[in-house]
Design a protein around this ligand. Structure first.
Ligand SMILES: [Zn+2]
Ligand SMILES: [Zn+2]
Length: 430
């Protein structure tokens, strides 16, 4: 055989080995987006989002939200498990047979007073869907409707995960511990992104977001008269030294190429101009992109707080994650799923609308799923061209551009349906 024949043979083998998106899968993605954009489907999804927006509920208290989800699943004829992780719902659409692929939406709101005046403003004082989780729920119900309508195309089962308590409560971990996702082979999650254009998606292979933890320390001295400091042990000075020394962990000890964050965001102590208080409480957050760095940082935060406090004759106690506020691991996207995502997103939105992003120091509890299941997390743009400057997530002025809803629903449904198609064909050919 001459060289050109060898080349041809190698080319054919490599083409056969590559997981291809068939025309069928491409057609599915197009059909799904068209379906999601139909006036009656769009209005239905918008209606659900507004209903949830008006009644925001905090982590593990999403009882009404959970009820809305179950009512809609009932109407769609989709079976589900409930309760999972207190208020969570896990639905099943498709053949009921393996393979199983999961789509996740978080359900919780924030302790924040909505400052946007509009018809469907939050009716609960001090609570608001300012992170767009109301839209995530609506999009997943949208995906459920698309998948149910096209269930004859599903070569396996899509698991719909409506998860409570993403905002610090680690609801994802509780869902995993419930055992509801045991046979799931892959999981996809998304987040709306106010500053990115509508109709585009953003992600990367490997580390997307940081691991995150919180710390709180009580630095205890001896209170007394502010005019006679020699009779007191001043915890304010000790705590100030601690805050300064904590900054050196990142500036002097960390590898400059291994990004880390230590922020002291809480400093409480004293209540009078002329009294040295007994104690000061400080607290904050720390972030890192690998487990090793994260654990090293945690150890050093404790050592620095205790050590610096003792320099000033104070005692310090340090607490890290609690049951209510677990550490979040780094969000690490599976490399194989990254290639898969790019293909599917390209067929839904066009290849030009699938973008790569740099890692972010924000954190996501989706990472708990990725510790046990290959997972992929991405951002979906929703920048409203009519709004001058988009408000960031967690702002009391945050406004969702509802035009993002059909894109999110179609993206999630397409990822799940195509994943089943590809895995089905792989198991048939192997
Ligand atoms: Zn948030
Ligand atoms: Zn969020």
């Amino acid at each position: 055989m001459n060289a050109s024949k060898w080349f041809l043979m190698i080319l054919i083998i490599s083409l056969l080995k590559q997981p291809q998106i068939s025309n069928g899968a491409f057609e599915i993605s197009k059909q799904f987006l068209e379906f999601a954009k139909k006036a009656e489907v769009f209005e239905w999804v918008v209606g659900i989002r507004r209903k949830i927006h008006q009644n925001p509920e905090l982590g593990y208290q999403e009882f009404e939200t959970s009820k809305i989800i179950r009512e809609e699943l009932n109407k769609l004829g989709i079976l589900y498990k409930h309760p999972v992780a207190v208020t969570g719902v896990v639905g099943f659409v498709g053949s009921g047979e393996p393979p199983f692929v999961a789509l996740r939406a978080d359900m919780d709101a924030l302790s924040l007073q909505e400052m946007v005046e509009w018809k469907h403003k939050s009716k609960v004082p001090g609570k608001m869907h300012a992170c767009g989780h109301d839209s995530h729920v609506a999009m997943l119900l949208g995906a459920a409707k698309i998948l149910k309508h096209h269930s004859h195309l599903l070569k396996g089962t899509v698991v719909l995960v409506f998860q409570p308590a993403e905002e610090g409560g680690g609801g994802a971990k509780v869902v995993i511990d419930s055992g509801s996702l045991e046979n799931v082979k892959a999981i996809f999650g998304l987040h709306v992104s106010p500053e990115d254009p509508l109709g585009q998606v953003f992600s990367r292979s490997g580390t997307l977001m940081a691991g995150s933890g919180v710390f709180e320390a009580v630095i205890a001295g001896k209170g007394g008269h502010a005019a006679i400091p020699q009779h007191s042990i001043d915890p304010i000075l000790a705590a100030s030294s601690v805050v300064v020394s904590l900054q050196h962990l990142v500036s002097r000890e960390a590898d400059p190429l291994d990004s880390q964050v230590v922020t002291v965001a809480k400093f409480q102590g004293g209540g009078a101009f002329n009294v040295i208080p007994d104690s000061v409480t400080i607290g904050g957050t720390f972030r890192a992109f690998s487990k090793e760095t994260f654990m090293q940082l945690k150890q050093r935060i404790e050592e620095v707080i205790v050590g610096q406090a003792s320099v000033h004759r104070c005692n310090a106690t340090v607490e890290f994650a609690s049951k209510d506020k677990p550490f979040f691991p780094a969000t690490i996207n599976d490399a194989g799923l990254h290639k898969f995502f790019q293909k599917v997103a390209g067929s839904v939105l066009g290849l030009d609308n699938v973008k790569e992003v740099s890692p972010l120091t924000a954190a996501e509890d989706f990472s708990f799923y990725q510790e046990v299941i290959p997972g992929y997390f991405y951002f979906i743009g929703m920048k409203n061209e009519k709004t001058e400057k988009p408000m960031s997530l967690h702002s009391p002025f945050f406004q969702l551009n509802e035009d993002v809803l059909p894109y999110g629903a179609a993206m999630q449904a397409s990822l799940a349906a195509t994943y089943l198609l590809e895995n089905q064909s792989q198991s048939q050919t192997s």
